[in-house]
Design a protein around this ligand. Structure first.
Ligand code: 5RP
Length: 237
């Protein structure tokens, strides 16, 4: 196992300690969340965790939960979610996030905002001082609006690329049938709350990957003396 996967595995294992019997859990997307979902299935099937129901944040997490026989319920049929557990692409010292590296941020944000608590699992390469210095902000757009949104974002000093698929000609198509613009601002993002709102106000935008004031706790995996360990940083500010 490479060192990044070791860091992801150790946070996925630690996350399970936050899960209690009878919880409704938001099941995140991406490789770290997938490790957590696999670990969760082990705990359920060994009888250590009982009466757990999952709410999927993507086609990926839905398929994985089905394969692992984790009971799923639809987002529309729950009034609240006890705990959402998800990965992230960037985490700043105030626990503001960029998500959407897997193009799942629309449902991820819906689930996170319906959850009483959001637990974020990352390896230490995801910790940054300022968002969007190197990782582009994913913006989901209606297919026929992408050019218009791209022009509007360039007026905000953002440069963007339509995310292209691999193993398919043309763009990535999201679980909702939309497209993704990956956006880099000239000097990164220093005011995530304003940028989140401004981008979402552009006609044709479904949602962007800024998760502002949603995260309660972050678990970080790192390698110390060749051993993967977990810590939970305090939120700045
Ligand atoms: C998907 C996400 C993922 O949580 C994020 O991209 C992190 O993925 P990984 O755990 O594979 O690094 O936001 O839309």
């Amino acid at each position: 196992m490479d060192t990044q996967t070791q860091m992801k595995q150790v946070v996925a294992d630690a996350a399970i300690k936050e899960v209690k019997n009878d919880m409704i859990l938001g099941l995140g997307s991406g490789s770290t969340a997938a490790l957590m979902i696999k670990r969760l299935a082990n705990e359920i099937h060994s009888g250590k965790l009982k009466n757990i129901k999952g709410v999927a944040t993507s086609f990926q997490s839905e398929v994985l939960a089905l394969e692992l026989d984790i009971q799923l319920i639809d987002l529309a049929s729950v009034s609240e979610i006890d705990l959402a557990i998800d990965g992230a692409d960037e985490v700043d010292p105030e626990f503001q996030l960029i998500k959407g590296g897997g193009a799942c941020h629309v449902r991820e944000k819906l689930v996170a905002s319906k959850a009483n608590q959001l637990l974020i699992l990352v390896d230490e390469t995801k910790l940054v001082q300022n968002l969007n210095q190197s990782f582009p902000l994913p913006v989901e757009v209606l297919p026929n609006a992408w050019k218009h949104v791209q022009d509007m974002i360039s007026e905000m000093n953002g440069s963007s690329n339509l995310r292209m698929a691999t193993k398919k000609a043309g763009p990535v198509v999201t679980d909702q049938g939309n497209l993704i613009l990956d956006v880099l601002f000239n000097d990164g993002i220093h005011n995530p709350k304003d940028i989140e709102m401004c981008i979402n106000n552009i006609p044709g935008v479904l949602e962007n990957g800024l998760f502002v004031d949603l995260t309660d706790k972050v678990l970080v995996g790192k390698i110390e003396n060749d051993i993967p360990v977990v810590y939970s940083p305090s939120k700045a500010g």
